[in-house]
Each structure stands twice: as C-alpha cells, then as structure tokens.
Design a protein around this ligand. Structure first.
Ligand code: NDP
Length: 239
C-alpha cells in the first residue's frame, strides 16, 4: 500500500516514532526519521530507514532537512509529526524555560514541518499529514499544563490546516494516544502507572504498534474521506 511512498517521521529514533517508522518500512515505504540527540543507527540501517538529526523546534533546520528530502526523493507523500517532549511540573513551579521548551518542540515543531512540506504536497496534488497529539490535549492534566497546551494546539492546528488544504487533496488528521509504554512514560512511578491502568477500559497499557496501526490507516487511501479529525488510541480512556 505504501510502496515507493516517501514518508517522514519526526522523532523516529525511539518509542512511538520508531514503531511508526518500522511499520511504514514493513509496508515498503521509503522512510526518513529525524531525531534530536542521538540514534542507535544499526537497526535503522538494517531496515533501510534513513535518519537525520533535525531539531523540530529549529525552523531553518527543518526547512533545510525537508528541502534535502525533496532534492533526494523528489516528493513527500506522508508527514508524521511525532517528535515530542515533556517537562512536567505544577504551574506554580513551572519555569518559563520549561514552558517554552515544550511548546517549541510539540507545537512549533508541528508548524515548522507542516509548513515546510506544504508547497511540495500542493504541487503533487496529494499528501497525508498525521499529527501525534495526546489525550491530555483533550482532557488536560494536573502537572502538565505546558504539555496539554501544546497538544491542544496540535488539535486546533490540525483542524485549521485540514480546512486550508482539503481542496488540494491533502488530508490532515491527528492521533491522540493514551498511555503508551515508552521512555516518556517510564519516568512515572508505579502508583501513578497503576492508577492510569485502572482508568483504561481495555485494561492494558498501549504499545507503539497500537499507534502505528492507526497512523498507517490515516496515511492510507482507505482514509481518503477523513480529514481534520482526532482519533483517540487509548484503550477507551477518553470517550
Ligand atoms: P519518547 O520520549 O520515547 O521519544 C521522543 C522522540 O522525539 C525521540 O525520537 C526524540 O529524539 C524526539 N524528539 C524530542 N524532541 C525533539 C525535537 N525537538 N526535535 C526532534 N526530535 C525530537 O516519546 P514517545 O515515543 O512516548 O512519544 C512520541 C509522541 O507521542 C510525542 O509527541 C508524545 O507527546 C506523544 N504521546 C506519547 C504518549 C505516551 O504515553 N508515550 C501519550 C500521548 C502522546 P531523541 O531520541 O534524539 O531525543
């Protein structure tokens, strides 16, 4: 279904992004992942997945990266805006730096990448953009005001860009993962984890593959009539 499609996955070195990249590669897409700090390259080399260091928050670096992909591959069929980070804390103790860092990566990063691919997708008259938000962007969460604001921003951005680009045959959708087992959630203590587990009707913690399945659906032609939507992939946490 994705044979020869050019797919960019931001923040694909670990966790959910890595699972998404591997699923696209298994579906025969040409995948390019970005990361910020480091990558264990051997597995990506073995899978034929390209990788590049590119800070999603750095507008010029993102434009240069996307220009390079277009120069090398001639097109961009799918963009998955997955790169994300947390810097949790109650508002009373949250520094301006922690607010800015989370908003810069999680919200401005989505703006940067989406803007950088849009001209190319318009000229192709085809494209799929899938943004990774969070259920926290819908429900809010004490101790995560910066993160929740950034993820709510992604949902509003998705709807707006879906409206702007619908006439150009570009679908823009969001996935809101619930609790997924990655480095990001490994920081939570066992009591918090047990509490979250109790709130999941399907009674299990999700994995990257659960999110990848939904991303590949939204990036496929089977989702051609879906745009501007937010799909919660959360074991039923939010309904
Ligand atoms: P991880 O912390 O496991 O991985 C984060 C990835 O994003 C890494 O590849 C990291 O690169 C990259 N990254 C972080 N900041 C930047 C940046 N500024 N520029 C480029 N790459 C960056 O996170 P998850 O896999 O858990 O999360 C993936 C996405 O899913 C995020 O957007 C997150 O908010 C969202 N999400 C996750 C949930 C969960 O339960 N895990 C729940 C809901 C949403 P590097 O390795 O170089 O640091």
């Amino acid at each position: 279904m994705f044979e020869d499609k050019i797919v960019i996955v931001t923040g694909g070195s670990r966790g959910i992004g890595k699972a998404i990249a591997k699923s696209f590669a298994e579906a025969k897409a040409k995948v390019i992942v970005t990361y910020k700090n480091s990558i264990e390259s051997a597995e990506f080399d073995r899978l034929g997945i390209q990788y590049a260091q590119c800070d999603a928050a750095d507008t010029n670096a993102v434009q240069a990266f996307v220009d390079g992909v277009i120069k090398e591959h001639g097109r961009v069929d799918v963009l998955v805006n997955n790169a994300g980070m947390t810097k949790d804390g109650l508002l009373m103790r949250m520094s301006e730096a922690d607010w800015d860092a989370v908003l810069d990566t999680n919200a401005k990063g989505v703006f940067n990448f989406t803007k950088a691919v849009t001209r190319q997708m318009i000229s192709q008259k085809q494209g799929k953009i899938v943004n990774i938000s969070s259920v926290v962007g819908i429900t809010g969460n004490a101790g995560q005001s910066n993160y929740a604001a950034s993820k709510a921003a992604v949902i509003g951005f998705t709807k707006s860009i879906a409206k702007e680009l619908a006439s150009r045959n570009i679908n823009v959708n969001c996935i809101a993962p619930g609790y997924i087992d990655t480095d990001m959630t490994s920081k939570l203590n066992d009591t918090v984890k047990q509490g979250i587990l109790q709130s999941i009707p399907l009674k299990r913690i999700g994995d990257g593959g659960d999110i990848a399945d939904a991303v590949l659906f939204l990036a496929s032609d089977r989702a051609a009539y879906i745009t501007g939507q937010t799909l919660c992939v959360d074991g039923g946490m939010v309904m």
